[in-house]
Write a protein that binds this ligand. Sequence first.
Ligand code: HEC
Length: 186
Amino acid sequence: MIRSSTALAAALFLAACSPQSAPATSTPSGAAVEGMGGATMADFRTDVSMADLMAHVIDYNSFGVWHRQGWIIGETVQELFPTDDEGWHAAESAAFSVAEATNLLLLPGRPLDDDRTWVDATHMLYDAAMKAQAAALARDKVAFFYAGSDMYQACVACHNRYVAGDMGQPDTTLKPMPGGPPPPNQ
Ligand code: HEC
């Protein structure tokens, strides 16, 4: 008997949560795009400024990656990498946060021009952040370190063009750090 009443409770719960029974809470303005839950372009909230988005979301989470990697090479070598699961989990979370936040840079009104250079820079950052996430998951210190360097190159690529003036694309080939391990796959 206990089992069937649990099943009933579960069925009621599911019915309550099914999309059909959910009341519409707001009226869409503009055309909905399939797969967006009925949201339209007008539903994005983009009043957080680019400066705040950079400082508090992109930069903040990037340092969640960068503070957890590298070597301080002196008389002895000090490693900055996480030493336990909690630390690696935090590193992975920071990398995921950067990756997802690149979509925020593409919300309507945020890109500073329309020739796809901005889009390419966000994808460069996304790819690097996802590399960092995978490396953190795999506890691969060298790959995590170089993914962090790739992330930095993506910041520079966009800032060179949109913040400091267009100084051309930076050299993004990986170079070994003095005294550090070689880049992966070389
Ligand atoms: C797609 C373009 C783009 C990418 C990629 C990008 N930025 Fe930015 N960033 C900008 C723009 C544009 C500004 C200037 C914002 C303003 O002041 O209006 C900026 C400004 C900043 C600022 C200054 C914020 C302030 O308080 O004024 C910081 C810090 C920053 N970015 C960090 C980063 C870091 C770290 C990365 C890479 C992990 C990064 N950005 C990647 C476009 C980008």
